[in-house]
Design a protein around this ligand. Structure first.
Ligand code: TRP
Length: 360
């Protein structure tokens, strides 16, 4: 069986370093591993509209931002198909059929949907499109017969829901769809990078994100003013590394090579943490190291982004070619789905003969 990747992002803002360690970095590694037959990366504009119906301009503006971030991280359009969700109308039709296989109470139990409803104060008036987006996400994944979906852990309920839909579909209509598996980052710190203010999630509205497109100076400022252990007042004081964003970022980003280059007096992160816990290590020193680490990770991304920013029409061409290729694949799956459901009336010679027979 082919190994196929599909994943995506909602174009509601530029991508940040949480996206990078949580998924983008892994996508590039998977792309370059050569182990996959096809890789599809979707800019999920239709899904973004499910909770931004009154702000299509935001979605429209951010499509190219997300595409630039993808290309900047090293996604290569020669190896990876980058597509825009709404350009594939087959996905809508698949969603419509899958809706019959999912109950309202099952959607209500989806933990990601639940918490998003709370975050958006939708409790009293949930848009139907938003409520059913897990079903449309199942269409995204199954349309490409994806076997592997690299995502953060907040997306696990979506993959679970997709697997249930696939299971139900295949049981009712015969083996047609492929059950996908989620692929999570192996480093715990990468699963959910906190904001620079220590809040659990990076979010644009909280202003606590480091963006991939931030300038060197922006990144430095954000790191130097990052939240740390509030009880670590003087250098001599013992400090806490658990839950301390500066150390979580180091867990996610720093490598042995970074220590050799920028902090050779320490053997590695464990020794640095031990010193901080013992007392005698100041926040400024740790933050300066983190800044060096982040700059070395982000500099090549920033440089590649600048190159693509100079050729925006080429970026749209990539999206157009990717969407066209993706549509062909989705159309093929849709034809199989219609066949399995026996709603391909005009291609079904047996049906026509049978009906004719009935009226003889
Ligand atoms: N829900 C994902 C997010 O919020 C975006 C997305 C849409 C997606 N369709 C997908 C992710 C299919 C993985 C597979 O980031």
């Amino acid at each position: 069986m082919s190994k196929i990747i599909l994943t995506g992002d909602r174009p509601t803002g530029r991508l940040h370093v949480g996206h990078y360690v949580g998924s983008l970095k892994r996508r590039v590694e998977l792309q370059d591993s050569g182990e996959f037959d096809d890789i599809y990366i979707m800019i999920a504009d239709a899904q973004a509209l499910t909770d931004n119906a009154d702000n299509p301009e935001k979605v429209r503006q951010n499509i190219v931002e997300v595409a630039l971030d993808y290309l900047a991280c090293g996604l290569d359009p020669k190896k990876t198909t980058i597509l825009i969700q709404s350009m594939i109308p087959e996905l809508t039709e698949l969603s419509f059929y899958y809706m019959n296989l999912v109950t309202v109470s099952r959607l209500q139990r989806n933990p990601t949907v639940k918490s998003e409803i709370q975050m958006r104060n939708f409790e009293a008036s949930i848009p139907v499109g938003f409520f059913t987006y897990p079903i449309s996400q199942a269409a995204d994944i199954t349309a490409f017969k994806a076997t592997t979906v690299p995502v953060g852990d907040d997306q696990l309920p979506m993959i679970e829901q997709t697997r249930e839909i696939v299971h139900k579909f295949n049981a009712v209509y015969g083996d047609t769809l492929v059950e996908p598996e989620a692929f999570l980052p192996d480093n715990k710190a990468c699963l959910r990078l906190p904001g620079t203010d220590g809040k659990a999630k990076m979010s644009k509205s909280l202003g606590n994100c480091i963006y991939l497109a931030d300038t060197e100076e922006d990144v430095r400022k954000k790191i130097m003013s990052m939240f740390t252990d509030p009880n670590h007042l003087r250098v001599e004081d013992p400090g806490e590394v658990e839950g301390n964003p500066v150390f979580i970022y180091l867990d996610a980003f720093s490598t042995k090579e970074h220590f050799e280059e920028y902090l050779p007096e320490y053997d590695g992160l464990e020794e640095l943490k031990a010193h901080y816990k013992r007392g005698g290590l100041g926040d400024v020193k740790v933050k300066k190291f983190l800044n060096n680490v982040m700059q070395s990770v982000l500099a090549p991304i920033r440089e590649r982004r600048k190159v693509w920013e100079k050729d925006i029409p080429a970026v749209y061409e990539i999206l157009k070619a990717g969407s066209e290729k993706a549509e062909k694949v989705a159309a093929h799956t849709l034809a199989e789905v219609r066949g399995a459901m026996k709603i391909n009336y005009f291609e079904d010679g047996a049906l026509i003969r049978e009906q004719a027979e009935k009226y003889k």
